[in-house]
Design a protein around this ligand. Structure first.
Ligand code: TRP
Length: 337
């Protein structure tokens, strides 16, 4: 089992990033060989300030390491440092029918009304993503709902390339690519705003009280939970009864994801209790969980050379794993090297 996953570097990381994405990687690294990367080449499909991009790439890497991604267990790197991603992406782009990309829903969402002004890279985004996993012969790719279509496309691209060129390569007709499977990570936690249970927790929400930042200190975390919007009801016995109580549901979900519990198990523990009891328990849990992560995160942020050294070393290992596949693709296409 070889799992490959990427994440776009963003700054101002918060609890939503931690529980929604970062924490999954910490779990995955124990379940097989893992390659994790910062998708900086994907980030440039839309405009990104160069300085902010470098800073965000380091910041996201620091958060991942602080949260427990272990560079000894998982191979952690940024995409731009492994040139094979871009090389393979070009070879795949030339072998992907435009019609397949026209079906991608994310391009429609991201380009919106400005299709003509969107970059060619944004349109080809899913092909780079296919290259990201095919280059390492990934057997598994973790996918949330929004990425299912991209994985399907990666499989289609791999299959087409294998059948068009696999039999013609010099080594006697082996497949060039492994078809990756979806790796179901359980229900990904969608962390919602602490002020509005219908909005996602977001770095761009104007209200600081809507989110818990990875850099918030103990008191700030406790205060934000204390002031989080809720309702006057007690916690019910079943999840169904949380229907229509988005803020209550969100706090239960946050508790569950932080404590690695099922949401139902949280209710079992707090049924009949009001938020006067539940909020302090949640605040304690978050403060204790986030403190060591924050301390390491802040330390790593102040020492970018340490983070860079980890990323550079990860890139060397990734390069070694990916290069044979890139070479095989050049060869299959008849490109002289
Ligand atoms: N597009 C993914 C996202 O926005 C990030 C990503 C890039 C990725 N390449 C990948 C995820 C390869 C999994 C595998 O979340």
């Amino acid at each position: 089992m070889r799992t490959v996953s990427g994440i776009q570097p963003t700054g101002n990381l918060h609890l939503g990033n931690y529980l929604g994405a970062i924490k999954n990687w910490v779990r995955m690294q124990d379940e097989g060989e893992s390659l994790f990367f910062l998708a900086d080449l994907h980030a440039i499909t839309v405009h990104n300030e160069p300085k902010a991009l470098s800073a965000n790439t380091r910041e996201m890497a620091a958060a991942l390491i602080a949260a427990g991604v272990d560079p000894e267990k998982a191979i952690l790197f940024n995409q731009a440092r492994v040139s094979g991603h871009a090389e393979l992406a070009w070879m795949l782009i030339c072998n992907t029918p435009m019609g397949w990309l026209d079906r991608m829903t994310q391009f429609k969402e991201k380009s919106g009304k400005h299709k003509q002004r969107s970059s060619l890279g944004l349109y080809g985004y899913p092909v780079l993503q296919a290259a990201d996993v095919l280059i390492y012969q990934a057997t598994h790719v973790p996918v949330g709902e929004d990425q299912k279509q991209h994985l399907e496309l990666a499989r289609d691209i791999a299959q087409k390339f294998n059948s068009d060129f696999g039999a013609k390569n010099d080594d006697g007709g082996d497949d060039v690519f492994t078809l990756p499977e979806a790796y179901i990570t359980g229900t990904a936690t969608r962390v919602m705003s602490l002020r509005d249970g219908a909005a996602k927790m977001s770095k761009s929400d104007p209200s600081e009280m809507s989110r818990i930042n990875m850099t918030d200190d103990d008191d700030t975390i406790a205060q934000k939970i204390r002031k989080a919007r809720t309702d006057p009801e007690a916690l019910p016995a079943t999840l169904d009864e949380l229907e229509g109580r988005a803020e209550a549901r969100n706090l239960v979900n946050i508790y569950a994801a932080t404590a690695d519990m099922e949401a139902q198990a949280v209710l079992d523990q707090f049924t009949g209790k009001g938020f006067g009891d539940f909020k302090p328990a949640l605040a304690d849990l978050l403060v204790e969980t986030l403190r060591p992560i924050r301390e390491e995160f802040v330390r790593l942020k102040s020492d970018p050379t340490a983070t860079d050294a980890i990323l550079t070393k990860g890139a060397q290992r990734a390069e070694a794993l990916g290069r044979p596949t890139v070479d095989a693709a050049y060869n299959a296409l008849g490109l002289l090297r």
